[in-house]
Design a protein around this ligand. Structure first.
Ligand SMILES: C[S@@+](CC[C@H](N)C(=O)[O-])C[C@H]1O[C@@H](n2cnc3c(N)ncnc32)[C@H](O)[C@@H]1O
Length: 290
């Protein structure tokens, strides 16, 4: 018996048969659709999350589910499939040094003719990142109505719903400074005990929209003064990262900053972006012809 045909350790307990070829097919489909390169260690996660879809649709096998998906390339199930397979881990002020840098950047920006500072969180997940950007903007300008627009996008429509609602378990904000919590979050009472919601002034600064970074072009306008593209490229292979970066830079000008995740490395894209700080990049406009 070859290693690949060994039964999975949990196979006997499973409600649905989950063969190696099912997993491989899923890997290919999510890679083509969202760029996500699933690793073998995600097998149980994939089984668990997609089993719910099989149950919801009353299907008995992964094969039937995947056939159905492929038969309807524009069908609604694709969104549910994608939502099920994304990893949405995030937190308020994750990688806090970025928000210190952003604050300094905002205080120095020459708003010029445009008047409004444009910021983009392009893998916004459940909203903690764009709301942290919004709080930073309020702090930088000393007002709840700073001259800032924040676009927050993600491929996962379910996390965007949570983000739009702006309601979180209080534990999500427990580590934040008490004064900041008091000014930017409203604590729920009665049936909302244990929850808090972001100040409506923050919600007013952010527009949430679905966007797949794999799309051939991004209909988002710009140029943006800052783009937060953090902890999403780690799920993509290098050619996909390059393709995404080559589109992102078209939404940056000479003053724009690209904020990236702590474990993302772009040495392979030095022709597109150049480091200008800790996990911070500027667009590389190339050396002018001499
Ligand atoms: C781990 S979260 C990172 C959230 C936040 N940027 C942070 O650093 O805390 C990754 C997010 O990327 C999103 N994502 C994955 N593939 C995507 C794609 N092709 N286009 C847009 N967003 C994608 C996921 O839905 C998820 O919400």
């Amino acid at each position: 018996m070859s290693a690949t045909s060994l039964p999975h350790p949990h196979a006997e307990k499973r409600e649905f048969a989950f063969a190696e070829r099912d997993f491989r097919r899923i890997c290919q489909l999510i890679h083509d659709r969202a760029g996500i390169a699933l690793v073998d260690s995600k097998r149980d996660m994939v089984y668990g999350r997609l089993s719910r879809r099989l149950r919801a649709l009353g299907l008995d096998s992964f094969g039937d589910y995947l056939d159905r998906l492929e038969r309807q390339p524009e069908g609604e199930e694709w969104q549910a499939f994608t939502n099920a397979l994304t990893t949405n881990l995030t937190s308020f002020f994750r990688e806090p040094h970025h928000f210190d840098t952003l604050r300094g950047q905002l205080q120095q920006i020459d708003r010029g003719a445009r008047g409004t500072v444009l910021l983009w969180s392009c893998a916004a997940s459940t909203g903690e990142e764009p709301y942290s950007i919004a709080i930073t903007a309020c702090e930088a300008f000393g007002t709840l109505t700073p001259p800032v627009r924040i676009l927050a996008t993600d491929i996962d429509t379910q996390v965007l719903e949570t983000a739009r609602r702006g309601v979180y378990p209080v534990e999500r904000v427990a580590a934040l400074d008490a004064d900041l919590r008091r000014r930017f979050f409203q604590r729920g009472t009665g049936p909302n005990d244990g929850r808090c919601r972001v100040h409506p002034a923050l919600q007013a600064l952010v527009e949430f929209r679905p966007l797949n970074l794999l799309a051939p072009r991004y209909d988002v306008g710009g140029p943006f003064d800052a783009i937060f593209c953090r902890n999403v490229m780690i799920y993509f292979d290098k050619p996909t990262q390059r393709a995404i970066l080559s589109r992102l830079v078209t939404h940056m000008d000479a003053g724009s900053q690209l904020y990236t995740g702590h474990s993302e490395n772009y040495l392979h894209a030095a022709d597109l972006i150049q480091p200008c700080g800790r996990t911070l990049y500027r667009r590389n406009f190339g050396t002018p012809a001499g």
